[in-house]
Design a protein around this ligand. Structure first.
Ligand code: NCD
Length: 299
């Protein structure tokens, strides 16, 4: 069944991923105008650089036009007490696809269900999910390794509030022979519901106390910042820093990060061939072009 809405990474089946990867590869080369005459709205209740701008660049590259409210929390009628449901119901008549970032983990998902078949993309919901980030993350891994099975992935940092982590572990664990190692500060472990999801999918999750416990032969090291905006006692968190010394024994790894970073990856890593985070951000634009093309197509 074709999707009208991308709300959870659970919708990113392997078939859909590979269809989107193929399209995203083609988007690197060709000229596409599938959004010509279409209007796409970006409605962001939380801050964003990459997600919003890569979506907007994707829209423009596909010949579409954009309606944008980048600070919807204060600059939309939300501040006047309007519900998300009413806001989206109105935007429905202005735009062909609506891309929403929201501060609450599940409200957008519930509202979107009630507005079906309105075309809606979840561009990050609270500390819950960020499915288009998982799309571009798996796309980046696939471009490097030409596979999404038989991978050892280490996720580092704020595994409790990091929505990019939550969506990535859900998507990647559907593939064969996936081992995930989690390294986080004490207060920020991966919630049990995600550990259970990984294990239900047949993948393995190992909680590590520090990076020294992670085996040398991992394929991916995925770092994230502490989500300090969601965390009251941020001073208590001992940040885990990845630098060239940390990476010495990980010879064949790629180092990923959804960005923005704070100090969790030392700038000295940027020039190392294992660092792919800027390329990852660029891949995001192509992956989002592929997703927009998929959603606008009437078949
Ligand atoms: C992430 C997000 O918003 O969840 N950024 C992004 O979309 N690239 C990660 C973060 O804010 O730490």
């Amino acid at each position: 069944m074709r999707l009208n809405q991308l709300l959870s990474s659970e919708q990113l089946t392997s078939d859909l991923l590979f269809e989107l990867f193929e399209k995203a590869d083609a988007m690197h080369e060709g000229v596409y105008d599938c959004l010509k005459g279409k209007i796409i709205a970006t409605v962001f209740f939380e801050s964003s650089t990459r997600t919003r701008l890569s979506f907007e660049s994707a829209v423009l590259r596909l010949g579409g036009s954009i309606l944008s409210t980048e600070n919807a929390k204060e600059m939309s009628s939300a501040i006047k007490g309007e519900t998300l449901m009413d806001t989206l119901r109105v935007i429905q008549s202005y735009a062909d696809i609506v891309i929403v970032r929201h501060g609450h983990n599940t409200e957008l998902l519930e509202v979107a269900k009630n507005l079906y078949p309105m075309k809606i993309i979840n561009a990050g919901a609270g500390s819950g999910e960020h499915p288009t980030q998982a799309l571009l993350d798996t796309y980046t891994i696939y471009r490097k390794y030409n596979r999404l099975n038989n991978l050892k992935i280490c996720v580092v940092g704020d595994l409790l509030f990091g929505r990019t982590i939550h969506s990535l572990v859900k998507v990647i664990s559907q593939f064969e022979n996936i081992t995930i190692y989690g390294v986080s500060p004490d207060l920020l472990h991966l919630p049990q519901e995600y550990v259970e999801y990984i294990e239900k999918n047949g993948a393995t999750y190992t909680k590590c106390n520090n990076i020294h416990e992670v085996p040398d032969d991992i394929d991916v090291m995925y770092c994230t910042r502490t989500q300090s905006e969601r965390f009251k006692d941020v001073k208590e968190v001992q940040e885990i820093v990845v630098n060239l010394k940390t990476l010495e024994r990980f010879k064949n790894v790629i180092v990923m990060h959804p960005l923005p970073r704070n100090s969790e990856i030392a700038p000295e890593v940027d020039g190392d061939p294992r660092a792919v985070y800027f390329e990852q951000a660029k891949n995001g634009m192509y992956a989002r072009m592929a997703l927009l093309e998929y959603l606008i197509k009437e078949v």
